[in-house]
Design a protein around this ligand. Structure first.
Ligand SMILES: [Ca+2]
Length: 449
């Protein structure tokens, strides 16, 4: 029976693009690494690695995150590693398999789960199976593992083989071939079983055959029923949930609503609320609680940059995600005010030695602590979501506990009626009847029993 893992609704995720988080071991750097903090180009390497994540565990724990999502870590040629060359080898540039084992253990010891990026639609051109086909053509045992029109893969004038979005460097697997499926599923099993990772984020789900996604789902659950299967789905994911092939999705639909409403101020509160109701009702209830509600990702401009550099707007969007059902998910650096436009600019180095927005970081720590302390914000029913003038209110209820969240993105103060007398969870002040929210502010009011 389809049932997303319970822990996801209690989680706060943090996404790391390993080359850019922290360089914990300069001895494993690839040749030609760029100085840390230089603006990235498509091909830049900066030397970030798994040791860097291990070195920063105190920082992550203090931030209050409870799960990591790492973009691909397996051997590849590029800095993003969506062009995998070995599904069973953590890139030596990141520290290799042994270091992943140590990282998983260290994370688990702190109660932090880890989800890896599974790129099962395509591999890199450098994958030895594809290279064998390049060398031997039809006599290669891997000929049938790819989809090739002709006797040999050719790139010019255009690729004569199936490749992701027309990129010749990313040959697509032939998922009709059962050997291909078993090969990929063996990787799914391997990292769950032998390295005890806590789930898979499936890249480009919309390009995969749905029955194969379902196989990945079932293979994952057979090893660990509590593992999380998260899909990268850019459109509405209703059919994937109906198919019971994913637990949750990277919630780009919700993200876009937040961008229009809060980053750009292009939508009214009323329009935002109608939009959120529509996506909420499109998904099964349990899927809403298992969604990965992102503030940012490696594929989108930073929320701060989309907000014209106004950190208050980032705070408001983050606060909404921490109040809403599903797992809030930060993209490394969002919490200290890292900026960045379209890819590759949104993949800048974490500014360990640069200037941080300390006030923003403090807000993020408050939000993680608040959510950790209030079960209603994690598991509570969503009993109300509505526009209140230029602002938005929502109410979460869990047993006899009830929390009202209100946000006011406008430059004017906003009078918000309270469903019950209550206490401001940040300031401790008590209110009855209504509360007056200052401009660009939010609050969490817990009803007094
Ligand atoms: Ca390194």
């Amino acid at each position: 029976m389809w049932k997303p893992p319970e822990w996801v609704k209690h989680a706060v995720f943090y996404q790391i693009f390993p080359d850019r988080f922290y360089n914990g071991d300069p001895t494993n750097d690839p040749p030609g690494v760029r100085p840390w903090g230089e603006l990235p180009h498509g091909r830049s390497f900066f030397g970030g690695d798994l040791q860097g994540i291990l070195d920063k565990l105190d920082y992550l724990a203090e931030l209050g995150i409870t799960a990591l999502y790492l973009t691909p870590i397996f051997k590849a040629s590029t800095n993003h590693r969506y062009d995998g060359e070995d599904y069973f080898l953590v890139d030596p540039v990141l520290g290799g398999n042994g270091l992943l084992r140590r990282l998983v253990d260290a994370l688990h010891a702190r109660g932090i789960r880890v989800v890896l990026d599974g790129v099962f639609n395509h591999c890199g051109r450098g994958h030895p199976f594809f290279q064998d086909v390049v060398r031997r053509g039809r006599s290669s045992p891997y000929w049938g593992w790819f989809i090739i029109d002709g006797d040999r893969p050719k790139v010019n004038p255009e690729p004569n083989y199936a490749c992701w979005a027309g990129h010749p460097a990313l040959p697509e697997w032939n998922h009709k071939n059962p050997e291909v499926r078993e090969y990929l599923l063996s990787a799914v099993r391997h990292w769950l079983r032998d390295y005890e990772i806590d789930g898979w984020r499936l890249d480009t789900v919309e390009y995969l055959p749905p029955d194969f996604v379902k196989q990945i789902y079932e293979t994952t659950k057979a090893v660990n029923p509590e593992a999380y299967v998260l899909g990268e789905v850019m459109g509405l994911a209703t059919s994937w949930f109906r198919h019971e092939a994913l637990d949750g999705v990277m919630h780009y639909r919700l993200w876009e609503g937040l961008v229009h409403f809060l980053a750009q101020g292009a939508w009214s509160a009323d329009r935002f609320v109608r939009y959120v109701h529509y996506i909420w009702k499109s998904y099964p209830l349990e899927a809403n609680y298992a969604c990965y509600n992102l503030l940012g990702s490696h594929d989108k401009p930073r929320f701060l940059t989309l907000s014209g550099g106004d950190a208050k707007r980032v705070e408001l969007a983050a606060a909404f995600l921490f109040a809403f059902p599903g797992a809030p998910a930060l993209y490394y650096g969002d919490e200290v005010g890292l900026e960045g436009g379209e890819d590759p600019d949104c993949r800048r180095c974490f500014p360990w030695a640069g200037s941080w927005n300390e006030a923003l970081l403090t807000k993020f720590r408050e939000l993680t602590a608040l959510r950790k302390g209030e079960v209603a914000l994690r598991a509570g029913e969503l009993v109300q979501l509505r526009a209140e003038g230029s602002g938005v209110t929502l109410v979460r209820r869990h047993g006899s506990e009830q929390i009202l969240f209100a946000l006011n993105p406008s430059p004017h103060s906003l009078e918000v009626p309270l469903p019950a007398p209550g206490v401001d969870l940040v300031t401790g002040a008590t209110f009855r009847g209504s509360i007056c929210l200052p401009p660009h502010a939010f609050c969490f009011i817990k009803a007094r029993p």
